[in-house]
Design a protein around this ligand. Structure first.
Ligand code: ZN
Ligand code: ZN
Length: 585
């Protein structure tokens, strides 16, 4: 007995000693690819979205037992992370650990405190992973169809559990869940039957597939009917949850999502000051431009009115409803050429961007978005989803086209594609740290996209025209008011009229944009602040480095190094980057 105990403690000492000598290696071993394989078992939908297909046949049933098991696992992993002595780790491993800790704690908080699984019925939708499996050629088609079939068999149990989980949802989430579930029926509809008919599956396999498809479709239809009944009941008895998060939950979510070390309240105050700065600059630009566009007319005394009139005049220059998607397609190669010519950062010609109309099941949230392959899937295509204006009335389309006028459409393409989201994600996928790429920080990602707009204009895109600066300032004003209204709605109880007035009168945006923004803010929390939070952090950091390095500062080196850390929070990148990294080697 004594000997065994002695042996055991010796072994323990030995392990401790090795762990200390090589903590980076120990951390990498404990939380490397094997660990991620466990994580994906619990999160197969997320796995598919980042191109990890080994668990693609799994569709966990979102019931109480599943949540309990996942919570137990999260707790044990948070405990394991706490066992590492941070002081012994290299900066790179230390930041991986910090990001992982935030990720797991944030998931824990979501399950136990935020509980959106209860009040957000749109969290339950089987369509997107299936659509990815059907359209991504990661394996031969018959194999992918068999994987989809495995998922389909679980769909009835999945929606049965969803109906048990949903309790006092917000009406906004219920309504979008109804819309998006209709989109799910589209994914499971006639085109899927055609794909099966045209596939290499034999007759018996096809029959088995269709036998799994039918009850899955019925389960989605039943969920839609159930949600409609629930919505009608809540409309009648007023039992719906408010879409406002409230101060306490808002600040907690802000801390997890933004990771700036600051508070939602402090960012709100900074945004108020930025709004004032932008109004002052736009008044100067408006004075410059006035004689060119209104030679016969005296400018109004009120600066906000003067700016508004000029923006309205410039907004008349826009593309057509039918030509909208094609105009986006036309601009991408021009932006790529400019980035190359000015040597702003490296692009990857082997991974071209495909502009397409947004698939129906993804519509309803934003007009344009990037759909990129994850770090596991270096060959999948990157899509630039652009929503066609088909569903708009002529008046809505005109209002939209004025908003995305000649200048603003260019800013949108810079933001979404080159060198915004698309280019940033290509760089992130090359990052040696899967953790930094997979558990990326939304404020860094959106902040980069907004930073890249300003950077392109500084480099001369748009020829330093005051028109471009004025319209871009309007866009920055939008980013700034996004922060104001998100905090205003969720914490300060702003009503719809106050938000619409702010957007239209002080941020110079259209009716369509204002109404869409109100809707989006009732269907998200904190996310709208991530643009301004990340943008101001990146811009401040670059300006500090420029000052410190003087003539030695090199913009391309700064960009390349900055992006090499994957989508880590800006504060983490700052702690890892050395000033010399932003100089020519
Ligand atoms: Zn027009
Ligand atoms: Zn964005």
């Amino acid at each position: 007995m004594l000997i065994r105990r002695l042996l055991l403690s010796l072994c323990l000492l030995l392990t401790l000693a090795t762990a200390r000598a090589n903590d980076d290696a120990a951390f990498g071993k404990a939380f490397g690819d094997d660990w991620l394989a466990q994580y994906w078992q619990y999160n197969p939908d997320y796995a598919i979205s980042v191109g990890y297909y080994k668990v693609a046949g799994l569709l966990p049933v979102p019931d109480a037992a599943g949540r309990k098991a996942y919570l137990r696992w999260l707790d044990s992993q948070i405990k394991r992370l706490a066992g590492f002595d941070v002081a012994q780790l290299s900066p790179a491993a230390r930041s991986d650990l910090a990001m992982l800790k935030t990720q797991l704690e944030s998931e824990r908080w979501s399950l136990t405190t935020l509980k959106s699984w209860q009040w957000n019925p749109s969290a339950y939708n089987v369509a997107e992973p299936i659509a990815i499996l059907l359209s991504t050629p990661y394996a031969p088609e018959p194999e992918r169809l068999r994987t989809v079939q495995q998922r389909l068999l679980k769909v009835p149990a999945y929606y049965a559990a969803a109906k048990k989980a949903v309790e006092h949802p917000t009406r906004e989430y219920t309504r979008i869940a109804i819309e998006q579930s209709a989109g799910a029926l589209d994914v499971l509809g006639a085109s899927l039957e055609q794909q099966v008919a045209g596939s290499a599956l034999n007759a018996k396999q096809r029959t088995a597939f269709l036998a799994a498809l039918k009850p899955a479709r019925a389960a989605v239809t039943d969920y839609i009917e159930w949600l409609k009944a629930l919505d009608a009941k809540q409309a009648a008895d007023g039992s719906a949850r408010s879409f406002r998060l409230g101060d306490a939950l808002y600040e907690q979510k802000f801390a997890y999502d933004i990771q700036s070390g600051s508070t939602g309240k402090a960012l709100y105050e900074r945004a108020l000051a930025e709004k004032e700065r932008l109004h002052a600059r736009m008044a100067v630009l408006a004075d410059q431009l006035w004689p060119k566009y209104f030679a016969e007319q005296k400018p109004p005394a009120d600066r906000v009115q003067k700016i508004a009139q000029l923006i309205a005049k410039l907004s008349e220059q826009h593309t057509t409803r039918e030509g909208f998607v094609d105009e986006v397609k036309r601009q991408i190669p021009l932006l790529e050429a400019f980035v190359r010519e000015k040597d702003l950062l490296t692009q990857d010609a082997s991974r071209p961007l495909q502009v397409r109309e947004t698939p129906i099941y993804q519509r309803g949230f934003s007009i344009a978005s990037i759909n990129a392959p994850g770090p596991y899937d270096p060959t999948a295509k990157t899509y630039y989803n652009v929503s066609p204006l088909d569903d708009y009335t002529p008046e809505q389309a005109e209002s939209f086209l004025r908003e995305y006028n000649r200048w603003q459409l260019q800013v949108l393409n810079i933001h979404e594609a080159v060198p915004g989201h698309y280019v940033q994600l290509l760089h992130a996928n090359k990052s040696p740290s899967r953790i930094k790429t997979l558990f990326g920080n939304g404020a860094m990602v959106e902040g980069w996209a907004v930073y890249s707009e300003k950077m392109m204009l500084e480099a001369g895109w748009g020829g330093h025209e005051p028109e471009m600066e004025l319209i871009h300032s309007k866009w920055l004003l939008r980013v700034t008011t996004n922060t104001l209204l998100d905090y205003g709605i969720h914490v300060l109880n702003w009503d719809e009229q106050k938000v619409l007035d702010l957007i239209r009168n002080e941020a110079f945006q259209s009716e369509t944009e204002a109404r869409g923004k109100w809707r989006r803010a009732t269907l998200s929390q904190v996310q709208l602040t991530s643009y301004f939070a990340g943008y101001s952090a990146i811009y401040d950091y670059r300006e500090r480095l420029k000052k410190e390095l003087g003539a030695r500062f090199d913009l391309k080196q700064f960009h390349e190094h900055f992006l090499s850390y994957g989508s880590a929070p800006v504060a983490v990148i700052e702690s890892l980057m050395k000033p010399e990294d932003a100089t020519k080697p």
